[in-house]
Design a protein around this ligand. Structure first.
Ligand code: G6P
Ligand code: MG
Length: 217
């Protein structure tokens, strides 16, 4: 048996969610918009441009396209400076063990991320070679919760949606996996991620017995 195991990037493989949050917070603060951790949950898995619209909406701020483009550029520049020196130690706990097990069992590994910065991050932390396919924000037209990113990832590794597995830390991403008819696994707070079929706080809670059942489903 061989299945497609599709990983989200930010907040699943690496702890970059904190950097996205910091970069957005700078812009929100300057505009006088109260932007909390709870608000930030709404932005996880959501495209860069949609994230800005959500933040502006929180503060009922109207802005020209010109301003918006300038803020999007600024946010990404700040974000790039935060991730510039990322290394393997920023890979989240238990991830490598799961990737190694999947490789050993000849399973297919794919990335399904909304980020346009996905490839350089995988390179920096040294795990690009694990991936049989990478689908990121540069490849899709419809952002999560649209299932396009995951459907494309399964297709690239030659597997049907049914039986494919998605690891996600975002509500939008879990919705996308569910709409795609895939097995959705929430990584993070169970209450926030209640739409997942299975929940774990992190990858150390995922044992090989469970992975085995996914392979044989
Ligand atoms: C991920 C993150 C989002 C981010 C999006 C786009 O889904 O969870 O917070 O907005 O990617 O990332 P990018 O690196 O292209 O700005
Ligand atoms: Mg994520």
């Amino acid at each position: 048996n061989q299945k497609a195991f599709i990983f989200d990037l930010d907040g699943v493989i690496v702890d970059t969610a904190k950097y996205h949050y910091l970069a957005w917070q700078k812009i929100a603060n300057r505009l006088g918009i109260d932007f909390t951790h709870e608000h930030n949950e709404l932005l996880k898995g959501v495209s860069r441009i949609r994230s800005l619209d959500i933040i502006l909406g929180l503060g009922h701020v109207q802005a020209s396209d010109e301003d918006k483009n300038a803020w999007l550029t600024e946010k990404n520049e700040d974000y790039l400076s935060f991730i510039a020196n990322m290394q393997a130690d920023e890979i989240l706990v238990g991830v490598i063990e799961v990737l190694d097990w999947l490789k050993k069992k000849d399973q297919l590994i794919a990335l399904g991320s909304a980020s346009k910065n996905a490839r350089p991050i995988l390179e920096k932390v040294g795990i690009l070679d694990y991936f049989d396919a990478i689908v990121d924000g540069n490849d899709v037209t419809n952002a999560k919760p649209d299932p396009e990113v995951f459907l494309m990832a399964a297709q690239l590794v030659g597997k049907p949606a049914k039986g494919s597995i998605v690891f996600e830390d975002s509500v939008a991403g879990l919705q996308a996996a569910n709409v795609a008819g895939m097995i959705s696994i929430g990584i993070g707070d169970k209450t926030t991620l209640h739409e997942a079929q299975y929940n774990f706080n992190d990858f150390t809670e995922i044992d090989t017995e469970f992975l085995e059942t996914l392979v044989n489903k």
